[in-house]
Design a binder for this molecule. Structure first.
Ligand code: GTP
Length: 609
């Protein structure tokens, strides 16, 4: 396929506006999957994705479609030429915005799907700007026009006023009834430019994604920007210099289909003997080992913004958790893992994530796909602490912050971000309040039009990893658009907050907070713990302390708990059942010192900021 007959595009949409359904319809229309036969929602596979309505791992597919360009109508053409269309899927959340931007970098156009009843929503705006910044041709698609409450004209007006998109360009579809779908592919072919690369230049490929396959090893998704890649070629990574031999190369149609070669403008897969997905860095440039090229712009190594300790809920499950984490990180190289030991929780792992949702998803997959039961510690960001002896260390686990008096902390720096927030103007007040509660510094505040405000804040990363996004969404009825980019470390007055049970600090509950917030956070943590720890046979004191100073305290009085108390008479099976149940319940407890703490208590602590 000459590049003139290739189109690379994405579908971008707010959650639930019909992106996956529409993608399936396109695959059916082009005969890539059989109607009704294909797995429902081919491009949206993971259970956690279905449950949460987000796309975590991008899937990509190649389709073929015959089409005569309108500019060629009337000219003497015997055959209808076939076009090669690459649908490049994107993950759907701000944690993954770097991966979205890499996927979009391989596209020349995007279908911007908007629900005809709900209209433009927060993610529509975020996605529009990501596509716009990548200079993509945007085709507005107003979907779900079959709904009784559909109001395509209102949506057209929104698209015009928000994004200056011409209402005449909007396509009206129903992925459910099939109405209007026939115009989609012609629009993609007619309106989206072909990829700009050059066949005669040395090979440059953008690495879009990678996953681990039990039989084939690491499979990379790539977009060939210049040149061509053949089976047997020797390639190298521009970021690591590592070289590999190409064992297999082909397209996703939608299953892996070997072709032996990928030409300029094509998107496909490469199997090259990489041992782990850690070697396959999203955004990296791959090139022929023998040639030197200028790497494609925009590469960033995965940046771990949030760290948390993961421990088996039951001590004996360590091997199972270890195995599950190994399997899962094979397919998600953006998680970093190191072993760590906690006096409270035993042996576990310190994991680094791109953001809080990424962390949640990882958890959920550990539990759902690998049956691992995990306790996670309060998420933390990487701080830099300076000690009185002049040494500086990066701290990813608050428990490791030295509390010995000979080595005082003299200064602390915390990572910060520049956040962009776009909201309907009526929500300006609550958003300003939220940002100042989260120690934000306003950098910019203006109005995009009569309905929308634009704000820029410098915010400590710590303040956004704990529930900021949810809070922002809830105070703005879901309309807020939020995105962030890294900023410099800022000097800050942070302190280590310890939780003590019966006078013993619980290392897994230590956290770092701003001095001014320590009192409130300490109080909330202590109250939460009191609620979630069952009374036991002895009194328990729960304290929050900074150094040797106790700032909050609760006491849980003693109680004897006898599950058999309600069993009258001698029904042995019932007794057994209850005892079994109690044993089962115990499994989900962690014994810290002499206190049993249910797993839920750890989960609840995550929500305190
Ligand atoms: P994420 O992948 O979760 O971001 O969502 P999505 O944008 O892919 O949405 P999805 O395709 O999963 O569709 C969401 C819901 O809308 C599903 O229940 C679909 O069946 C339904 N849906 C999709 N298109 C249409 C349509 O044209 N009309 C109607 N009535 N429902 C639709």
């Amino acid at each position: 396929y000459p590049t003139e007959r290739i189109r690379n595009f994405s579908i971008i949409a707010h959650i639930d506006h019909g992106k996956s359904t529409l993608a399936d319809r396109l695959l059916e229309l082009t005969g890539t999957i059989k109607r009704g036969k294909g797995q429902p929602q081919y491009l949206d596979k993971l259970q956690v994705e279905r449950e949460r309505g987000i796309t975590v791992k991008a899937q990509t597919a190649t389709m073929f479609h015959p089409h005569v360009l309108s500019s060629n109508h009337g000219t003497n053409q015997n055959d209808t030429p076939s076009f090669l269309l690459n649908l490049i899927d994107t993950p759907g959340h701000v944690d993954f915005s770097y991966e979205v931007s890499r996927s979009l970098a391989a596209c020349q156009g995007a279908l911007l799907v908007v629900d005809a009843a709900q209209g433009v929503q927060a993610q529509t705006v975020a996605n529009f700007y990501l596509a716009f910044e990548s200079n993509l041709t945007i085709i507005p698609v107003i979907n779900k026009i079959d709904q009784p409450t559909a109001d395509p004209d209102r949506v057209k007006a929104q698209l015009k006023s928000l994004f200056d998109l011409d209402p005449k360009d909007a396509l009206l579809t129903s992925a459910k009834t099939g109405q209007g779908l026939e115009y989609l592919i012609p629009a993609v072919i007619e309106r989206i430019p072909s990829p700009p690369g050059c066949c005669d230049m040395p090979l440059r490929m953008l690495l879009l994604d990678a996953y681990y396959d039990e039989y084939k090893g690491v499979i990379c998704h790539v977009a060939v920007v210049d040149g061509a890649l053949h089976k047997g070629d020797k390639i190298a990574s521009a970021s690591t210099g590592q070289t590999y031999e190409v064992f297999d190369v082909g397209i996703m149609h939608p299953e892996l289909t070997p072709t032996g070669v990928l030409f300029t403008g094509q998107v496909g897969f490469v199997v090259s003997g990489m041992r782990s997905t850690k070697e396959a860095r999203v955004g990296d440039t791959l090139h022929h080992a023998k040639s030197t090229v200028i790497p494609l712009p925009g590469f960033k190594p995965a940046k771990h913004m949030v760290f948390s300790g993961l421990y088996p809920a039951d001590g004996s499950d360590f091997d199972a958790l270890n195995h599950a984490i190994e399997r899962l990180t094979c397919n998600d190289a953006s998680v970093s893992v190191t072993k760590e030991t906690s006096t409270a929780l035993g042996i576990g792992f310190r994991c680094g994530f791109l953001g809080l949702l990424h962390m949640d998803v990882f958890h959920q997959r550990l539990e759902q796909e690998y049956g691992a039961r995990v306790i996670s510690t309060i998420p933390t960001v990487p701080y830099i602490f300076e000690y009185s002896d002049g040494s500086k260390v990066q701290v990813q686990n608050p428990a490791t912050l030295a509390s010995n008096p000979g080595k005082r902390v003299t200064a602390c720096w915390e990572p910060s971000v520049i956040a962009t927030i776009i909201i309907p103007s009526e929500y300006v007040g609550p958003v300003i309040t939220l940002c100042s509660e989260r120690r934000g510094e306003q950098l910019e505040y203006s109005f995009i039009d009569s309905q929308r405000a634009f704000m820029k804040y410098r915010l400590p990363l710590r303040e956004i990893v704990v529930d900021f996004y949810n809070e922002l969404k809830s105070i703005t009825s879901g309309y807020a658009t939020f995105d962030y980019e890294d900023d410099e470390y800022q000097k800050s007055d942070m302190v280590k907050l310890d939780i003590l049970l019966n006078g013993q600090p619980v290392d897994a509950m230590a956290t770092v907070v701003h001095n001014l917030k320590a009192q409130r956070v300490g109080r909330e943590l202590v109250e939460k713990l009191k609620k979630f720890i069952d009374r036991q046979m002895f009194e328990i004191t729960i304290q929050a302390a900074i150094g040797s100073k106790v700032i909050a305290r609760e006491t849980l009085s003693a109680m004897r708990k006898n599950v058999l108390a309600k069993c009258y008479g001698g029904d042995v099976t019932r007794k057994k059942k209850l005892l079994e149940k109690q044993k089962e319940g115990k499994k989900r407890m962690k014994r810290v010192g002499s206190v049993d703490i249910p797993q839920e208590a750890f989960h609840e602590l995550l929500k305190v900021s």
